[in-house]
Ligand binder design. Structure first.
Ligand SMILES: Cc1cc2nc3c(=O)[nH]c(=O)nc-3n(C[C@H](O)[C@H](O)[C@H](O)COP(=O)(O)OP(=O)(O)OC[C@H]3O[C@@H](n4cnc5c(N)ncnc54)[C@H](O)[C@@H]3O)c2cc1C
Length: 449
């Protein structure tokens, strides 16, 4: 069988892999790049449009982000907007909706007021919306009943905007990134489907990648952007042994018609490690509102595909006393314990809907079980990395760089929003290692403000 050689091989055809594929082709003088994807198409796992919340996470309405984190996400979110505008994809795969963070009850109203003051300099377009303004913009948040005769009893206040791009079909964007890469001239940009990389070996100064069907590829540099599978492949090569991964599945409930006019995010309970439930109009389901995601620890690396990801997940968790200690520290807190238990019940047919609706009523008080259903086949898996040395959950994205011509990226939310920013970080490492030219000026002028 032929061995194909490339300067850079990217493992994984989700949005992270496709973003790097694009940036290498457009902004460096690399001559040959290849992307290997396990399935028959790009973006069939977490990057698929129905797997995630479709939100460009800018940091303006995400109350689980600090100001420092928002400064970073604002920059990388802008890249998503710039790429889509450059390719004329606004109103095709990227949309502008109204969006807000909603405070319910006195404590949260106070929180929103303070957060608005803290964030308004970074996001000058943000407005404070009181109950009367919300009655006009998003009436279902204000009324206690469907007939809209009486108001909900608690005070409410939101900070939001109507002027920004908020929503992307990240699955479609993955394909657009790959297409744009393949339009670049003077560089070979190959994509192989049904190419599941089983083994990566370092031989001399090159890497040899073997797929489950026996195909062999070699590369001077390898970037593993295989989502929840990245750590599995790293462990196989002896890297990242101080890390384990916890697969947090996220599911959704969907309304039977258009319900909200825009995105409504809630105030985060700072004790909880995963983002609070939100409501998002789904751009792939005629604007029906998706509520979620839930957060359930599952022993799989991917959903809805069957196969061997259960065994791979067990291995990747890298279970030992340190992992047990992380779990214990989490569940000994009664609020986290209740949250974990409740999220488990959200998946149990028969009782799940009633329980979920109770939570979602914090957003829409008049929501009833007849209005929503469990969104079958939606949702994905967030690979949350566990740091065994520090005995704690590492929130956000994680990357392993042994400094040897290979990188492994783990990308929970907001991994789709930060795909171009993460690729920018990686491209600098690849360019330095391979002595490639990175046209940073062109990159910055095209993808940043
Ligand atoms: C419920 C939920 C909601 C989310 N909401 C948002 C949101 O609103 N906004 C946002 O920015 N982010 C969101 N995220 C996060 C976002 O979806 C992910 O961070 C992003 O899609 C990760 O992209 P990726 O390319 O790294 O991984 P993936 O999309 O998982 O792609 C990995 C690819 O690698 C392939 N692969 C795996 N193993 C191999 C192998 N051995 N050989 C070859 N190929 C392999 C897989 O088939 C897959 O195509 C959400 C995630 C979830 C689960």
């Amino acid at each position: 069988m032929d061995t194909k050689h490339y300067e850079v091989v990217i493992v994984g055809g989700g949005i992270s892999g496709a973003a790097l594929f694009y940036e290498l082709a457009r902004y460096t003088d690399a001559k040959s790049i290849c992307m290997l994807e396990k399935y028959e198409d790009l973006a069939t796992l977490n990057s698929k449009g129905t797997s995630n919340s479709q939100t460009i996470h800018v940091g303006d309405i995400e109350t689980n982000y600090t100001l420092e984190k928002a400064k970073i996400t604002k920059r990388t979110a802008k890249m998503i907007e710039k790429f889509n505008l450059m390719r004329g994809l606004q109103d095709k795969i990227m949309f502008a909706h109204q969006k807000m963070a909603l405070g319910v009850g006195e404590k949260e109203v106070e929180f929103i007021k303070n957060r608005y003051e803290e964030f308004k300099e970074l996001f000058p377009y943000l407005e404070l919306w009181d109950k009367e303004k919300l009655r006009e913009l998003e009436p279902k948040l204000v009324y206690a009943d469907k007939e809209q005769t009486k108001d909900r009893p608690e005070p409410i206040l939101a900070m939001g905007t109507q002027s920004e791009y908020t929503t992307v079909d990240f699955g479609a964007m993955t394909k657009e990134l790959a297409k744009a890469a393949q339009e670049e001239e003077g560089v070979t940009t190959d994509i192989f489907f049904n190419a599941e990389v089983e083994e990566i070996e370092k031989i001399g100064d090159k890497y040899k990648l073997t797929t489950t069907s026996g195909s062999v590829f070699t590369a001077n540099f390898v970037v593993v952007n295989a989502g929840a599978h990245s750590l599995f492949l790293a462990h196989k090569m002896g890297y990242g042994k101080h890390m384990g991964s916890l697969s947090m599945a996220g599911s959704f409930y969907i309304t039977n018609g258009e319900y909200l006019n825009g995105k409504v995010y809630m105030v985060q309970n700072p004790k909880l490690p995963f983002a609070a439930l939100h409501g998002d109009p789904d751009i792939l389901c005629d604007g029906k509102t998706r509520f979620g995601p839930t957060a359930l620890a599952l022993l799989v690396l991917e959903r809805y595909k069957g196969g061997k990801s259960f065994f791979q997940c067990l291995k990747t968790m890298n279970f030992d006393g340190n992992i047990l200690k992380i779990f214990w520290d989490l569940i000994k807190d009664s609020e986290i314990r209740n949250y974990v238990f409740k999220n488990f019940l959200f998946e149990v047919p028969g009782i799940n809907k009633g329980l979920f609706v109770k939570d979602a009523r914090k957003i829409v008080p008049s929501l009833s079980t007849d209005d929503i259903e469990y969104a079958k086949g939606f949702g994905g898996v967030r690979p949350q990395v566990l740091n065994k040395e520090e005995q704690k959950l590492m929130l956000g994205e994680a990357s392993i760089n042994p400094g040897d011509g290979i990188l492994f990226n783990m990308t929970p939310s907001p991994g789709a929003t930060s795909c171009l920013g993460n690729a920018e970080r990686d491209i600098k490492i690849v360019a330095e290692y391979l002595n490639l030219k990175f046209d940073e000026e062109k990159f910055l002028s095209e993808l940043t403000d």
